[in-house]
Design a protein around this ligand. Sequence first.
Ligand code: C5P
Length: 282
Amino acid sequence: MLRGTAPAKINLGLNILRKRTDGFHDLNTVFHPIGWGDRISATVSETVSMTCTDSSLSCGDDNLVIQAAKCLQELTGVNQGAVIHLEKELPHGAGLGGGSSDAATTLQLLSQLWKLESSISLDSIALMLGSDVPFFLNKTTAYGEGRGELLTPLNDYRFPFSLAVIVHPIHISTALAFQQISPQETNQFNLIETVKSNDLERWSKELVNDFESPIFSQWPLLLETKALLLNCGAGYASMSGSGSAIYGVFESYKDAQMVIQEEAFRGCATWCETSIEDTSIF
Ligand code: C5P
């Protein structure tokens, strides 16, 4: 049996630039992997099937895990299958990339399990499954362009903050969210430079998620959540992807830990982590 983890991502800035002739949108963003994630295990079998700890999720052909497995099987002509088990921790429809991350980890696990040649490129298969699946093959902070698949890893970047993520039980369809956007190429800031500055005041002025405006008008609770995170000490707060997850970036791990205990966030899925090396000073 092989096991792997499928981490979530947050978007540090997300500018939707233009609608393309293929129906997708060109965008700029920085994808940043976080510690919250699903766990996946797989064993060889004759056919492809899956089980999942979340009974609200389909284990059929509409699950990206099954799609990833069948796509890999067809494109490589392998005559093995797999039984895949998904331990679901990440909320779906939250803009955290959970389904995409599951798909990427499934591709990696099965190419090992089926002993596929290492020359087989998983990148093109990943893009067939979704625009941000290629990012999850590398799982390092990266600048994304195009549909989100043209990736420049920010290898020397370190995120030196604590993070609190709040997910209300609101599921947002990415396709519908894109339909509500009027793309504008107005952001004059260099996203990579802004992120690398690690200056949260600068982030607040320069890092914009273009989905926030239409999604916040529809769901004022999400705007209130962002405001509450800022009031409770976040130096920067934003929605991730097309929502509904809202995250706060904190200089203090204690503040990040305290905010997820707020009464207003009862009934939410929450996550808190720190990259601050010495937490003993708190
Ligand atoms: O690629 P993915 O399956 O995640 O995208 C879901 C939907 O979101 C697409 O069908 C498309 O409508 C929209 N989308 C887009 N531009 C992108 C990514 C997604 O318009 N760069």
